[in-house]
Unconditional design. Structure first.
Length: 169
């Protein structure tokens, strides 16, 4: 969500959202008071936003990483767990003509082993190959995720993002 006019934003939310239903959202942190006028927020977090320039990229190569595309064409990189499922997974949540947002998930039992860094590196390399800028966000409280981004060469922007779930009041 973006916008400078609180009444227009609130009107748009009232028109778009069904009462009693939760929706995921992401918005500049400055819009929180305007959103809270019409919606209740749940599980929200404030995220720091990072971007990666090709010249700053510090890639990691890991032979365990498998890359693919989802059925709708989004990028994905995984490292399989010994049992079922994935030890680490990264991918894109959205892609525009200039940017692509990267997500990462690492199984709790294998954190701090560099697996997240490996899968984020693979996805970031693919985004850069497509001449897009990778965008990475991490909760202000998630210092390990922020360090992962910085170790790969991501640089923090000045923007803060509020994300979570909302329900129309």
């Amino acid at each position: 969500m973006r916008g400078d006019d609180p009444s227009t934003l609130q009107e748009a939310l009232r028109a778009a959202l069904a009462p009693g239903r939760q929706y995921l959202f992401s918005a500049p942190v400055t819009l929180r008071p305007d959103i809270e006028q019409v919606a209740s927020l749940f599980g929200e977090s404030v995220n720091r936003i990072f971007t990666l320039n090709r010249a700053d990229f510090q890639p990691v190569v890991n032979v365990l990483v498998q890359t693919s595309r989802t059925p709708d064409g989004l990028l994905r990189a995984t490292i399989r767990a010994r049992n079922e499922g994935y030890a680490a997974e990264a991918g894109t949540t959205w892609v525009s003509s200039k940017y692509a947002e990267v997500y990462v998930r690492v199984a709790e039992l294998v954190r701090s082993r560099g697996l997240g860094k490996s899968v984020v590196s693979a996805v970031s390399a693919q985004i850069l190959e497509e001449n897009r800028t990778p965008v990475y966000s991490a909760a202000e409280t998630n210092i390990p995720s922020q360090r992962l981004a910085l170790r790969l060469g991501y640089r923090e922007t000045e923007g803060l993002e509020l994300s979570g779930a909302m329900s129309l009041r």
